[in-house]
Every structure is written in C-alpha cells, then in structure tokens.
Design a protein around this ligand. Structure first.
Ligand code: XUL
Length: 527
C-alpha cells in the first residue's frame, strides 16, 4: 500500500493528512492537527501570530513552524495507526507570501542536524530575523508604491507577474526589512518562503521554491516562470543571490533527511517541493480543469480556479498564479474570513450552532440590510483602516448581524471575482463549509450549484496528492490529474440555488456595491 503524506502549515496550525493510494484501500487514512496556540504555547502566539502593538504588523516565529513539523511527524508515526514504512513521498502546503530570513550558514547547519536532539533546538542562530512577516501583514504600503513605480506601474507588474504589488506579497516585505534593518539584511544569506523553509528542513538541504508559491512573491515572471531581474533589483540590494532556486511543483527536492528517519523511524521517502495553500487546495478540491471554481472558507476566504491562459484582473484585485497542475490559476483573497465570522459570533455570545440557528431564522436578503465585512484590514478591496459598516442592520439583533456578515462576505466574493468568469459549479472547502446555511447563501448569491468537499483541510490533502503525482513522474509514469484525485475529492453534498433567493440577491448586490463604493470614498485606501 503506497502511502503519501501531505502537510498544511496554515496560519493557526499544522495539519498532516495521510493517504493510501493502494487500489483496494484508496482513501484518506487519517488527519491530525497541531494547533500553534494550544500545543506550542511557549511561542506566545494568538491565532498563530505574535501579538503586535501595530495592527498592520503581523509576524510569526519560523522556529514554531519547525517545531510543529517535528511534533506532528512524531504524532503521525504514533497516531495514524499504520506502519509509515510504506510512505513513498511527502509534500506540503503553506500559508503564502510569508518570508523566512536565514543566515548564510543555514545550508551548512542543515547538513549537520543530529537526531539526538529536537530539531528546533538545533536551529538557534540560523535566522537573521527572528520573526517572519506573514500574509496578514499590511505594513508595506510605501514599499508597494516604490516597487510599482520602479517597474512601470501596477498594470505592467500585473501583466508580468500576475498581480500588482500587494502589502502581503514577499517583495514589499523584503524591501521594508532591507530598508529598516540594513545590517540584518546584509547578514541574510537566503530568503525562503514558509513552504520552501519547511521543505528544506525535511530534505536537510536547501529546497527549491515551486512556481505556484513563487507567484506570490511579486518577483517571478509568469511566462516563462523565472525570477524577474528588474523586480529583484527594484526590491532590495543583493536580493538575486539570496533567493532560492525555482522549480516546477512536481519536482522531487530529495529524500527525507537522516534526522527524520532516525528520530521518527520514517523510511527514505521522496520529498516533493511544497507549494502555497491555495495552489494545493486547487488539487485537494479536485478543481484540476477549467470551469470549476473553489471557495475556501478559512482564516482568509479565497475563490480560485484553473485558467488555461493567464487573464489578469483589470481592477487589480485578483491574482494569477502558476498552477501546480500546469497552466495557471486565478484567485481573489478576502482577509476578513473566519476571524470576521468569529467576531460576530463572539459579539453576540453565540457558539457555532447558535450562529447556524441565527442564520436559519432570518430571510434571504436580510430585509434589505447589508454589511461590509471589514472587521480587520481587508485585501479585497484594499482597506487599510477598517470601518465596519452596515446599512439597515439593527446593531443589537444577533440574527440580523449573523446573516449580514455571511451575505456581505458572499456578495463581496461574487463582486470581486467577476474578472475570473461566472461559475456554474463551486467546490466549497475550509472549516466554515461544514455550515450548510452558509453554503445556501453562497449558492444563491452566485446562482451556482455548491458542492461541499469532505474533510476540512483540502490544502493538506492536495499536498498529499501532489506527492503522489510527483512520485509517479519520478518513477517514469505519467498519470492524468483526474486519475490522481479520483476517489479523494468526491463532493458529499450538493446545495442548489433557490430561484427566489437568487432574485433577492441580484437586487441586494447592487445595494452592496453602492455601499462599498461610498465606504471606499471615505475609508483610507491605497489605490
Ligand atoms: C493568498 C493569501 C492567503 C494565505 C493564507 O494570497 O494571502 O490565502 O495563503 O492562507
């Protein structure tokens, strides 16, 4: 029974999903999660990130992710209930954009890791910056402007890299660090993304960065996928020597380092380059051919789908990435995802079943009440200093507010993903996709059939499936993506749009759009 292991290093925890690809037992063997706040409390994170006096600065400790890998692999060996001796390959998914800054001796130190002590304890001194800015960081507006100016403006940048400059993208983050901490920047020998940092730890050598995750740096040309020397020069001095190698998403980076074999009893499995969580979710939700979009309801809400040719978003809100299945993928990201839903839930003292009951007790369209879901800074549309705003929603009525946040989020997604096309079928994944009431609003707002995928971590599943695909290629076998995902991404529920509700939302979307326009006229925004 060939086993494949996929990780997902998300904002709040590290998930491991083990799959069995044997013809008679094809399916998920098990999934386990190491929650950062709960299981690694000594790093002091809250929701996986470090407390910060400035709401625009959001960092996390890279050593926490390394320790989580160690802890999760130990747990997988103990708790999955199968002999991991049959493990053929491992890959991973990681929150995108976050950058890890390493001293020049990092590569050498990796080669000297001993199985006698825990991994994290042997990594002291390898970081040239103790914390990593993550995708929620919005502190680089000045650097975005500087980079766009140097590269001929946002349109040229989007046409070349797939996105204009966004605060969370790696290039403006690197530029800010190089400007503010020139000495530490000089001492930096390598900048990894979260994905290539963790892959390097598994291989025990510098691992390449895959084209999918590299698309979130603002430093890679989409066609051909290569570092864009103009952007690299415009970002920071000496950056060209500090970037990892680029590689297609199906590249085998090496085999598991001796550390993992000796300390946790794992075999000499192949390690496939890691990718970003959204590219991995594309695979893990089976959206491997154009026509199907996925909505992932996680810490951030994202909508994405495969694209044969890159169609860049003209309003500058979306992204085109290299896809892990070949070709491209379009994507739009909304920062006010599950944390915004939790804010409303907590404000009215509800639990998730109370939240669902509140949603069910209110009519589609919320009697014309609309809410902009901007509880924290928002990526789409860009809102740096949020002013949560509602029109016609009683601020003291729990049920109205629950419906307003869900409807606001879905209307924002429909509005800002138009550039990608109009979906007929949406695959839903992520924690909140368990809530059928939320999926009904999604189906009605998009006028599309929504298919809920089983399991809540499609990114970890996608990573395991990518490991299988790359393992086949390394063995000289060509397997179509449909065959790789077959049996793993079968929707468990179909939620169909209700025609009367679709009509209500066609009207309400105009109100939402008008409220958003008015709010953006007043709110602090960059473009
Ligand atoms: C994608 C993005 C988020 C992170 C968090 O551009 O910023 O979806 O990948 O998971």
């Amino acid at each position: 029974m060939p086993l494949y292991l996929g990780f997902d290093c998300s904002t709040q925890g590290l998930t491991a999903t083990l799959i069995d690809a044997g013809p008679s037992r094809r399916g998920v063997v098990g999934t386990l999660v190491t929650n950062f706040d709960v299981m690694l409390p000594h790093y002091g994170t809250r929701h996986g990130v470090l407390p910060s006096a400035d709401p625009h600065v959001v960092h996390a400790p890279p050593l926490m992710w390394a320790e989580a890998l160690d802890v999760t692999i130990a747990r997988a060996a103990r708790e999955m209930g199968v002999d991991l001796g049959d493990l053929r390959a491992i890959s991973g998914s990681a929150q995108q954009h976050g950058s890890v800054y390493l001293a020049a001796m990092f590569g050498e130190r990796l080669g000297a890791i001993s199985s006698d002590a825990a991994l994290a304890s042997q990594l002291t001194g390898v970081l040239s910056r103790p914390t990593a800015p993550v995708w929620m960081d919005t502190s680089t507006t000045a650097e975005c402007g500087e980079i766009e100016d140097a590269l001929g403006g946002p349109r040229r940048m989007a046409q070349t890299t797939g996105s204009r400059a966004f605060e969370r993208f790696t290039a403006p983050q690197i530029r800010k660090f190089a400007k503010e901490s020139a000495g530490a920047w000089l001492a930096t020998g390598r900048v990894h993304l979260v994905s290539s940092w963790l892959a390097s730890l598994l291989v025990g050598a510098e691992a390449p960065l895959d084209h999918g995750d590299a698309s979130g740096t603002a430093l890679m040309t989409l066609d051909p996928p290569a570092w864009w020397s103009e952007a690299v020069r415009a970002t920071a001095p000496g950056l060209e020597r500090k970037l990892p190698r680029l590689a297609p998403s199906w590249t085998v980076a090496g085999t598991l380092a001796a550390y993992w074999q000796r300390r946790h009893g794992l075999p000499t499995a192949r390690v496939v380059v890691w990718s970003g969580d959204n590219p991995c979710s594309l695979v893990g939700t089976g959206a491997v051919r154009e026509g199907t979009f996925t909505i992932s309801l996680g810490t951030s809400d994202t909508i994405f789908g495969p694209m044969a040719a890159p169609r860049v978003s003209v309003d500058g809100t979306g992204h085109v990435f290299a896809s892990p299945v070949g070709g491209y993928m379009g994507m739009t990201v909304f920062q006010n995802g599950s944390l915004a839903r939790e804010r409303v839930r907590d404000a009215f003292g509800l639990d998730w079943s109370g939240f669902s009951a509140a949603l069910a007790s209110t009519p589609a369209g919320n009697n014309d009440g609309v809410m902009l879901p901007w509880f924290g800074p928002e990526i789409t549309p860009p809102v740096l200093n949020p002013h949560p705003r509602a029109d016609g929603v009683d601020p003291s009525a729990a049920a109205d507010n629950v419906r307003a946040i869900v409807e606001g989020q879905m209307m924002a997604m429909a509005l800002h993903s138009r550039w990608m096309g109009v979906p007929r079928v949406l695959h839903a994944t992520g924690g909140a996709s368990a809530n059928t009431g939320i999926l009904q609003v999604m189906a009605d707002v998009f006028d599309a059939t929504v298919r809920r995928l089983p399991g809540s971590n499609s990114a970890a599943l996608g990573a395991a499936l990518r490991a299988m695909h790359a393992d086949h290629i390394a063995d000289g076998r060509h397997t179509e993506w449909e065959e790789i995902v077959a049996g793993f991404t079968v929707p468990e529920t179909d939620v169909r749009p209700v025609p009367a509700n679709v009509e209500v939302y066609t009207r309400l979307r105009e109100r939402y759009e008008a409220l958003e326009r008015t709010a953006l006229g007043r709110a602090d925004r960059r473009s």
